[in-house]
Design a protein around this ligand. Sequence first.
Ligand code: NAD
Length: 454
Amino acid sequence: MTTHDLINPATGAAFGSVEHVDAAAVDDAVGRAQAAQRRWVRSAPAARASALRDFAAAVDAHVDELAALEVSNAGHPVSAAEWEAGHVRDVLQFYAASPERLSGQQIPVAGGLDVTFHEPLGVVGIITPWNFPMPIAAWGFAPALAAGNAVLIKPAEWTPLTTIRLAELAVHAGLDPDLLQVLPGPGAEVGERLVTHPGVAKVVFTGSTVTGTRVLAAAAPGVKRVTLELGGKSANIVFADCDLEQAAATAPYGVFDNAGQDCCARSRILVQASVYDRFMELLEPAVAGVVVGDPASRDTEMGPLVSRPHWEKVASYVPDDAPVAFRGRAPDGPGFWFPPTVLTPARDDRCVTEEIFGPVVTVLPFEDEADAVALANDTVYGLSGSIWTDDLSRALRMSRAVEAGNLSVNSHSSVRFNTPFGGFKQSGLGRELGPDAPLAFTDTKNVFIAVKEK
Ligand code: NAD
């Protein structure tokens, strides 16, 4: 074990530490998880449902504590962090129904009875990023446990605390301590061991597309099941016929939420040329109004970036000669503060094509629907996006033409626990959330029972 310091992003100062495990600890955890999974899956469906409901109740009783941890560890504004902890509770409650509902089919065949079973995979590895540690962990562990699996989670190096606490709350609620284990440590050692370990049946990886392709390649020799939730560069498409005031007023929320460290960030605003100037006039005060500051304050809408290295990466997209249209305000250091920034670059600028993952948005004009579709789809990513129009036919045409897994019309919402979430193209593979999520943690078995004729 090695000790890893944790930095408060709002102050830049160390505020705690975490013990990192090594590859040998992963091997040990897999063995214990396999034994716990066998016990879990043998227990009655009602008992598993009840255990998940108790886990949800334990999370509910600790929302404030979990939120405070995320404020210090990830710099999330406290109101957002409370929503995230409450979301974990909701996700657990939603999937607590699954153990008693997950059923196969009886299929009409000749000569006997044919039935299908959804068998749990066994041990599932979940690798999470630092931007939304709690929700992303829960999107994996809640349906995986509900489908009868054990779970090992490797949180991101910078933000492990809430994941560790959630696993403690699971034990507090009565779950077997080996059923949901947290393995903090470096991706290259602990993450890779999880992906290559023969006892791990499936990996759910959320992170960058670069790392995701490595995970996919490492999982291939073992034909491991893989779900990938990767990067994004989503478009916010604003047509002249929409409620322009509303589109401009909400655009900052669509991209600066979580300081732009959001895979669904609408980081490319595309505006119909005929209303471009008016939209920019409306956007400027909306951006200036974003309250950036102390994440512990209830007034704060945007906190700092997660770390010094990430701050440097984001800053590299806004050099001194960058085409800055306007900026919001942010505190001076210490801490990793970056102001909401609006750029008006050329269509092929790297800040238009690459995921910045910070509070930086580009605004480009487009001519007509065909131009909007071409611009929106001119990316390797396909995660999310918004379409602003009051024309229902246009909304439907655009919704079908934009290549993305999660679109909103006249809204910036992306995530609901009961609707499927995931990416097109290089934004991912497979889906999380929604009613079918537990099925992704099972293999379907078909059994034919011959019936003797009298
Ligand atoms: P990252 O890819 O650097 O790291 C993600 C996780 O993978 C971390 O836990 C890391 O330790 C681990 N890891 C690193 N190397 C590994 C390896 N070789 N094998 C196994 N695991 C390894 O990503 P990040 O910087 O933590 O997160 C930001 C990225 O995550 C952005 O691209 C963002 O768009 C994406 N993201 C996607 C979604 C989604 O649902 N699509 C959600 C949140 C974040």
